[in-house]
Design a protein around this ligand. Structure first.
Ligand code: ATP
Ligand code: MG
Length: 431
């Protein structure tokens, strides 16, 4: 069953010398060690790996004895981070699949999900507990040989992403593998094997059982690593978006543009944030909520933004700071439509202005806000805003003084798509 492949396309100059040093040192100490997983897959596909993982028969304690600078990490299973200069090499001990009868109970939940997979095993067992065949290849840098236990090389050659074993069971054991499938297909331009693809629909409901914090991690890997637009397209094709963002209806066009913009920024090394994407994914739900609050309970003090964000937390957790980012971006949208000189200065000085402006631009591109408004703010960042304000129809507008008890909660009556946004509470923006 094991194939030792000596003819392969791994470019040795792309292999981290630090990872090779870790392997050498483990071997000199009497252990077995290989490069494994994403790095081997990426090398074989001609891509530059983003990090290097090592698999070994040494236990975490053994690894700690061999290296002076290590950190034991991981809750589900323990991994050792070996620091080599500025690189961190992840070293994990061979583990076996959770499949034997005796493993049920402590290791598998009633509905077949893996609770713990910390059982040590041999290298061939380690290969079979991995998710996809292309992720289960081991590379021996000394001998320049690839070890293939699961027909991974065949799938590399045909650019196929195929679950190891019975697809339904493998998705059941860990439904996050469904999202990993989408992610690898998008990132590496791989085709899902028909058997793997066929198991997505029957198993996808199980994603509801995944802890929201883990889904947030997966969300960032799906959408904030440079191939988000394609990942979203694949999620749509497989009807998976509803499971992640259960607040209907959600504007696909806006999400796609936000993802394209994020992918583009990553390409040129600009910073990106999950908040921008969350703001786009939930914008439609927010508008709906806002409208409902305005018609059914206009005096209610509940903030629709908080309600929408809180509802999302039950599926994908949104860390607090990103929640604030989303609120700021949303709350600034009606303020961007209010071009009075006082407000313009206030908005330009807001620490989230740039994000809110970027968000307005994608709204303009989908027809959710007038293009003229986007152009105006584009100019406002480089030109004198007083002269821009004078050019607006109706001439210079003075700040209107608003007084009265309810000022903080007042919803401007005329904020509709024609002037930049729907009814939204103004008080919420935080200059
Ligand atoms: P990336 O380039 O995104 O890091 P990767 O394949 O290295 O891709 P990791 O999440 O770093 O992905 O996982 C490393 C390896 O561990 C995988 O290649 C796979 O062999 C195994 N693995 C990770 N997650 C799972 C999982 N949920 N089920 C089974 N095997 C997994
Ligand atoms: Mg990895």
């Amino acid at each position: 069953m094991l194939k030792r492949i000596t003819e392969h396309d791994i470019d040795r100059t792309r292999v981290s010398e630090k990872a090779v040093a870790v392997i050498d040192k483990l071997r000199r100490a009497g252990f077995d060690a290989y490069l494994v997983g994403g790095c081997v897959r990426d090398l074989l596909l001609g891509k530059m790996p983003k990090d290097f993982d090592v698999a070994t028969d040494a236990t975490p304690e053994d690894v700690r004895d061999v290296f002076p600078r290590v950190r034991l990490v991981g809750r589900r299973f323990r991994i050792v981070h070996v620091r080599m200069g500025r690189e961190i090499i992840e070293v994990s001990t061979f583990r076996r699949p959770v499949s034997d009868e005796e493993d049920h109970g402590p290791h598998l939940s009633d509905d077949g999900m893996i609770l713990r997979d910390n059982l040590y095993g041999t290298i061939d067992q380690d290969a079979f507990r991995r998710d996809f065949t292309v992720n289960a290849l081991y590379y021996d840098p000394d001998a320049d040989v690839v070890l293939d236990y699961c027909e991974g090389m065949k799938d590399i050659a045909s650019r196929t992403l195929r679950l190891i074993g019975e697809p339904k069971i493998r998705f059941q054991e860990d439904p996050v593998r469904i999202l990993r499938a989408i992610r690898f297909a998008a990132k590496l331009d791989l085709e899902l094997h028909p058997d793997t693809e066929a198991a997505v629909a029957p198993m996808c409901e199980m994603l509801n059982a995944i802890p929201p914090a883990r889904l947030f991690d997966e969300f960032t890997k799906l959408f904030l690593t440079g191939h988000g637009e394609r990942a979203f397209e694949l999620l749509c094709e497989h009807d998976l978006v509803e499971i992640l963002f259960p607040l209907p209806p959600h504007g696909e066009a806006l999400a796609t543009l936000a993802l394209a913009s994020t992918d583009q920024r990553l390409k040129v090394n600009k910073p990106v944030t999950p908040g921008f994407l969350i703001a786009a994914f939930l914008w439609q739900a927010y508008l709906d909520r806002l409208e409902r609050t305005a018609t059914t309970a206009p005096d209610q003090s509940d903030d629709p933004a908080s309600t929408v964000i809180a509802a999302q937390q039950s599926t994908i957790s949104i860390p607090r700071r990103h929640g604030w980012f989303v609120r700021d971006v949303w709350h600034l949208q009606p303020l961007l439509a209010d071009r009075t000189s006082r407000n313009v200065a206030r908005v330009l000085a807001h620490r989230r202005f740039r994000a809110a402006y970027d968000f307005l631009m994608i709204r303009c591109a989908t027809g959710d806000a007038p293009e003229e408004l986007g152009d105006w703010w584009t100019n406002a960042q480089t030109q004198n805003t007083d002269s821009l304000l004078r050019e607006l129809p109706g001439g210079p507008r003075r700040r209107r003084r608003r007084r009265g008890r309810n000022r903080r909660n007042r919803v401007p009556a005329n904020m509709n798509a024609a002037n930049g946004g729907p009814n939204m509470p103004q008080e919420a923006a935080q200059p």
